[in-house]
Design a protein around this ligand. Structure first.
Ligand SMILES: C[S@@+](CC[C@H](N)C(=O)[O-])C[C@H]1O[C@@H](n2cnc3c(N)ncnc32)[C@H](O)[C@@H]1O
Length: 231
């Protein structure tokens, strides 16, 4: 079950994809280029119309399979990227034993989905992901925080995992005179809490003029410490 998507999401894309969403698209491009999987087959999970995925990036792959329940999103994806993935099932079966292990030899991308699904038990789903993703080449970008009337200044973000107190320091309230601001903390970042050796990226997605998201990108890889900082 997803908290977002459907027609309202496609309408926002129509309004803002070419303006407000550009920065998100560029940041997603940098993230995907850093990930740079060598596999020739890609499994895409929850791409919607593929709005976040830069046009051309999918040319890295000879074969693309995807899980996306929204039939309109599939058509938009095909038009935007000029290719038709092998549409598998509809909802990806999170929690099913072997569901990801079956993709050994392919790269797996959770495309801005994990922050949008209902997670009943974070620890359980995180353990399932850790078991299933072992030995696979994978990446996820997902919502970490979101709110209205705020911006996220991620200039100081490194490649390490940022915990909630750090993320909170990145919040800038646009109009400090408004009083109380509510910020939603998504559960997706906690899914990876027990994973070892992951590389992180953080950037802002301005969904609408008032509604912003802190996006977290993650994939396996050691973070190298610059020589002058090591002791
Ligand atoms: C916020 S949208 C993703 C944004 C998208 N990646 C983009 O670039 O615009 C979340 C998408 O996940 C899809 N979805 C929800 N549950 C899913 C599941 N279990 N498996 C695959 N897709 C799912 C929804 O239909 C929706 O299109």
């Amino acid at each position: 079950m997803s908290r977002s998507g459907g027609l309202p999401y496609h309408l926002k894309a129509l309004l803002y994809r070419k303006s407000l969403w550009r920065v998100h698209e560029q940041a997603t491009r940098s993230f995907l280029e850093r990930w740079n999987p060598s596999e020739k087959e890609l499994i895409l999970i929850g791409p919607s119309g593929g709005y976040s995925i830069p046009v051309g990036w999918l040319a890295h792959f000879d074969r693309i399979s995807a899980y996306e329940p929204d039939l309109l999103a599939r058509k938009i994806f095909e038009r935007r990227h000029g290719m038709k993935p092998d549409w598998r099932g509809r909802f990806f079966p999170f929690g099913k034993p072997g569901a990801l292990k079956a993709f050994s030899g392919s790269a797996v991308l959770f495309s801005n989905l994990l922050g949008q699904i209902e997670i009943r038990n974070v620890r359980k789903l995180g353990a399932w992901l850790e078991e299933e993703l072992q030995g696979l080449t994978w990446a996820s970008f997902h919502d970490a925080l979101s709110g209205y009337g705020i911006d996220f200044d991620t200039e100081d973000a490194g490649r390490e995992r940022a915990l909630l107190p750090v993320m909170k320091r990145w919040i800038h309230v646009r109009n400090p005179g408004v009083g109380r601001i509510e910020v939603l903390s998504h559960e997706a970042p906690d899914l990876f809490a027990s994973f070892k050796n992951l590389q992180y990226s953080y950037w802002q997605w301005t969904l609408t003029p008032g509604h912003t998201f802190l996006t977290e990108g993650v994939f396996p890889g050691k973070v190298s410490v610059p020589e002058d900082e090591s002791c």
